[in-house]
Design a protein around this ligand. Structure first.
Ligand code: UFG
Length: 349
């Protein structure tokens, strides 16, 4: 019998690729569409090296309804979609809002419109803790209020959540899970897949590993005058493999019909917050590499502190982040070193 196929949009991206690996490990057949706008075809080799599977892949932009439809016609065994494909840079979204509204909203609308036609009943959506803004109370639960978005990127995540809520309300036979990611970091322990940002990294961990590798001169720590114990911002950093495993559990849940409502929301974090300076110290300790850094002014739009209450995901999904920070930071460094070996680290920015 053919295995259940799961469509992974954005499957060559950072979180998508790690989820593809975990789905193979769980006995599913993930299949990928991606337009490679922010990823590299070489990721497919990494997936093969880890799992031994040659994954079905097509270069399709989710904004292209007709191509999407043709692809779905060819794969009637698809039982669920994990929708990762989206633009994700906060700063780019401020400069080019229409790009973000078009990419992130149109792609979701196309998928939702096609699901009933192909009898696909399940979708897991990549949302973000960005929907909470600066929470009044910490840690944030799934019931915490949604705050006005501080960037077009954040708006698209909120809008997509609303679209999915309305869609689930109108289509009771469709199951939706919204996964609100906190800050994903690290790489697969094999070093075969990881995060490969375009140009100068915006996010903390890639900037740290590129600085440690000598590609960047020093890390700028954005602010040490926040209302936190050491003055730097606090986030909930979650290992990307732990995050990928949560997708497998969420997909199992809807495919097997174990969900309690036809739309459910889960926070995916570790449940504890770490400051930027704590991450710097932990990175040096985990890798033995000295990290040059300087304190600079605050980055506009940064949230002071946020971390997740993960008890609902722990209880309902039976999932918990288990990787240690030390292993996670080592995995990020291992991946960075492999990129340097492969001469990939300096070709993109
Ligand atoms: N930081 C630095 N120096 C850097 C980069 C980051 O000090 O060079 C600090 C930031 O100020 C922040 C922390 O490291 O305090 C984490 O910053 P990231 O850019 O890695 O992550 P953010 O929390 O800003 O953003 C992430 C995702 C977004 C998402 C957001 C939700 O990248 O997609 O979480 O809060 F919207």
């Amino acid at each position: 019998m053919a295995k259940d196929k799961i469509l992974i949009t954005g499957g060559t991206g950072y979180i998508g690729s790690h989820t593809v690996v975990e789905l193979f490990n769980a006995g599913y057949e993930p299949i990928i569409i991606d337009n490679l706008s922010n990823s590299n075809i070489g990721v497919l080799d990494g997936i093969k090296a880890i799992t031994g599977h040659t994954v079905i892949y097509e270069n399709i932009d989710c904004k292209d309804y007709n191509s999407l439809e043709r692809f779905l016609e060819k794969h009637p065994e698809i039982v669920a979609i994990a929708h990762f494909a989206a633009s994700k840079s906060v700063s780019e979204s401020v400069e080019n809002p229409l790009l973000y509204y078009r990419n992130n909203i149109v792609s979701l609308l196309n998928l939702l419109q096609l699901m009933p036609k192909f009898n696909i009943k399940n979708i897991v959506f990549s949302s973000s803790c960005t929907v909470y803004g600066q929470p009044d109370k910490l840690p944030v639960t799934e019931e915490s209020p949604i705050k006005p978005a501080t960037s077009p990127y954040g708006s698209t995540k909120q809008m997509c959540e609303t679209i999915l809520q309305d869609y689930a309300f109108a289509n009771k036979d469709i199951n939706v899970i919204l996964l609100r990611y906190f800050n994903p970091i690290g790489a697969h322990p094999s070093g075969e897949i990881g995060e490969l940002p375009n140009g100068v990294p915006n996010n903390l961990l890639p900037y740290i590993t590129q600085t440690a590798a000598g590609i960047r001169k020093e890390l700028s720590v954005f602010g040490n005058d926040y209302n936190t114990p050491d003055g730097s911002c606090i986030r909930d950093y979650i290992n990307v493999v732990d995050l990928a495993k949560a997708h497998v559990v969420a997909l199992n849940r809807v495919i097997e019909g174990n969900n309690k409502k036809n739309i459910e929301i889960f926070n995916l974090g570790t449940g504890s917050g770490l400051s930027v300076l704590e991450i710097v110290t932990a990175f040096e300790k985990a890798t033995g590499v000295k990290l040059p850094y300087k304190i600079v002014g605050r980055r506009p739009g940064d949230i002071e502190k946020v971390w997740a209450d993960t008890s609902y995901a722990n209880k309902e999904l039976g999932w918990k982040a288990t990787e240690t920070l030390e292993d996670t930071l080592r995995s990020a460094w291992n991946w960075q070193q492999k990129l340097v070996e492969k001469n990939l680290a300096t070709t993109n920015g």
